[in-house]
Design a protein around this ligand. Sequence first.
Ligand SMILES: Nc1ncnc2c1ncn2[C@@H]1O[C@H](COP(=O)(O)OP(=O)(O)OP(=O)(O)O)[C@@H](O)[C@H]1O
Ligand code: SF4
Ligand SMILES: [Mg+2]
Length: 323
Amino acid sequence: MGVTDELLKVDGLVVSFATEEGEVEALDGVDLAIREGSFHGLIGETGCGKSVTGRSIIRLLDNNAMIKAGKILYKGEDLLKLSERQMERRIRGNEIAMIFQDPSSSLDPVFNIRSQMAEVVRMYHNARRESYDAIIAEALRSVRLPDVESLMHKYPHQLSGGMKQRVMIAMMLACNPHLLIADEPTTALDVSIQAQFIKVLRELKEELQMTVVYITHDLAVISELCDHVSVMYAGRIVETSAMRELFKNPVHPYAHKLLNSVLGVQTNLDDLAEIPGTVPRLINPPKGCRFHPRCDQATEICGRERPPFVALDDDHHVACHTR
Ligand SMILES: Nc1ncnc2c1ncn2[C@@H]1O[C@H](COP(=O)(O)OP(=O)(O)OP(=O)(O)O)[C@@H](O)[C@H]1O
Ligand code: SF4
Ligand SMILES: [Mg+2]
């Protein structure tokens, strides 16, 4: 890709998992370029490889994972060449942090705010214990929470939904990473709180100076937060573009179906029923273009050859034989 201000460039990443039934070919050559300072959305149906992509970047994959090919260039350095110790000391937390999809990332009712945030600071900062309170207070202030000294000693049930949400964002900021991978950060939250989360994140976006990869099923969130979007299908990025361009003019047949849905953008990918078929099982996936069994525009070459990921312009890439 011809973009110069890339913070992260994933190049041809192939990841499989060894299972009793056989090898799950989860990532089939993922290409992804993330610009410094951007909010980059990653969308696609369940099982298409979004979380595996995120976990590969921070190198926290399950034990049965095998990275078979590719590069993950972060500030030009291939993270796949670093030792676990180098990842731990130099990259995780300080440079790249990830909010995982599971609900354990939400607040624990048993501990007060200070102790929950101290845990994050301990993991992600090279700070002395005496300075934890100052770091925590600063993070809480940055999300415009009042009276942070007393707030720190409160328990989640003593806070309103909106305050809890701000605390969650503060925890994320306390990691202070350069690149944040947020994997469905709102799935554990109820709908009204989700909306507040997005609102606060949007308010802070300009101030954050953070690059964010935002994984979600929620197209409305993408349209509110993200400037760039990549669409994944069965282990590949099939289209990447500026958000407005992609929503206006999706080129890949899968992206087109996903985004030109009659439901419009105020929707969630889980609600889309009109793409016939399902994401294939990734043990023995379709040859050629993995979308071909579901594609109404497939031609003979589609079942045979994998379409290359090509640039339509500097900012718009697509993997489809007919485009
Ligand atoms: N440890 C594992 N062992 C075997 N297969 C795995 C493992 N982890 C992930 N997979 C498989 O890899 C594929 C991609 O999974 P991934 O979790 O990245 O999907 P996703 O896009 O994040 O889905 P969702 O939207 O549901 O979160 C799936 O087929 C999944 O079953
Ligand atoms: S490569 Fe062929 S099967 Fe795949 S999306 Fe394009 S037209 Fe459809
Ligand atoms: Mg996931």
